[in-house]
Write a protein that binds this ligand. Structure first.
Ligand SMILES: [Zn+2]
Length: 382
């Protein structure tokens, strides 16, 4: 098979913090993503993908826009462009088909994305055993190239696993927190997903992930961040700053419990009941302070009515803290987040169009082996 002839950029680091070995050989056709009827070849550092322009254009506005840009003329004799428009356009072919270099994307990540595009069974949002590498590749690349359907599926799955209400988050904590998520311990997934959503700027999920990652001691957070391959400094600063604010709010909440009980207690309880063992309440997560369990733990000699009312007040205070959580991490409140970033119709983040387009080296030529109508478009760099 003919060798690819593309200039390649290597990714610096993947989301797991593992550096891929620099390839010493030209990229090879991918085993299951090399379709005989394909009309375009995508190249990465490790794989080539022979796929279909129409299918990519149908699912991705970025590819659709690329394909709509008029082609430049090329010299049929030497397969090189007749002119260079001065913005870095080069030309190349692979077996007569236009070749697009996805600069900066790892072959394995692009393979995950294209598998999801072509094979319906490859990814579905109810499967929480999908490997974390697949989830993160789909999240990052569907966002980068605006594969809207895939991006919506992944973000809806994450929204279910990191829900927007305290009650739902409690439910996740109760029912599944100790279970594996995406093929690894859930806490490991928490930090990797935070890193990915921060990179992809999936803002409506970020406060939930910051919150999920805040429920640990600082030295443990650093260990988990290292395990995830490090976080962007601004992301780590936001995490630690927000955790500090959350911890302060929880301390103030715990300290307020004796007065809170006094304000609601019946005459009998006001005399005979008391709150104790507050120093034993040390959780860094709201799930550690659920109303009924906490009331039972710290209230002594309370009547049933007062105990129930105390538990309700604790729940109210937990909700008050929950409402403040986005602000701890520098975000608007929950409702505004949801209005601005509708979970079911997440708007494409195209502010980085220039970044995306400049990552393409859009290589094309017209040769006797390929009809003129198939000669493809060129894309200038922003
Ligand atoms: Zn009472």
């Amino acid at each position: 098979m003919q060798e690819g002839r593309c200039n390649l950029k290597l990714n610096v680091e993947d989301i797991d913090g593992e550096h891929e070995n620099a390839p010493t050989m030209a990229p090879k056709p991918h085993e299951s993503l090399w379709f005989p009827g394909g009309d375009i070849v995508l190249s990465t550092n490790t794989y080539l993908f022979k796929v279909h322009k129409d299918l990519l254009a149908l699912q991705s506005s970025v590819f659709r826009d690329m394909f709509q840009i008029p082609a430049i003329d090329v010299d049929a004799d030497n397969e090189q462009p007749v002119e260079d428009n001065g913005v870095g356009i080069t030309a190349d072919l692979y077996e007569g088909l236009p070749l697009v270099a996805l600069a900066g994307d790892e072959g394995k990540d692009v393979a995950h994305l294209l598998q999801a595009v072509y094979y319906r069974e490859y990814y579905y949002r109810d499967n929480d055993k999908t490997p974390i590498e697949t989830i993160i590749s789909l999240l990052l690349l569907s966002n980068k190239y605006d594969f809207r359907h895939i991006r919506n599926e992944v973000t809806q799955q994450l929204s279910r696993l990191y829900p927007k209400t305290l009650a739902a988050f409690d439910h996740v904590d109760e029912d599944g927190y100790s279970d594996d998520l995406f093929g690894m311990s859930r806490v490991y997934s928490d930090y990797r997903l935070l890193k990915a959503c921060h990179l992809a700027d999936i803002i409506f999920l970020l406060p939930r992930l910051f919150y999920a990652c805040s429920g640990f001691e600082v030295h443990w957070i650093y260990e988990e961040v290292d395990e995830a391959g490090g976080l962007d400094p601004s992301c780590l600063r936001t995490l630690l700053t927000g955790k500090s604010k959350l911890d302060l709010a929880l301390r103030a909440f715990i300290a307020s419990l004796p007065d809170e009980f006094r304000s609601i207690s019946c005459p009998t309880c006001k005399v005979g009941a008391y709150v104790s063992r507050l120093h034993q309440q040390e959780g860094s997560h709201l799930s550690a302070y659920k109303g009924h369990a906490l009331a039972q733990s710290v209230l002594n000699n309370g009547c049933q009515l007062c105990t129930t009312e105390f538990a309700n007040r604790i729940e109210d205070k937990r909700e008050e803290i929950w409402e403040q959580i986005p602000s701890y991490y520098g975000f608007p409140e929950w409702e505004e987040l949801l209005e601005r970033f509708d979970e079911t119709k997440i708007q494409s983040v195209l502010a980085f169009d220039c970044r995306v387009q400049s990552s393409f080296a859009w290589l094309t030529a017209r040769t006797p082996r390929m009809p003129a109508r198939e000669a493809d478009a060129v894309v200038g760099r922003c």
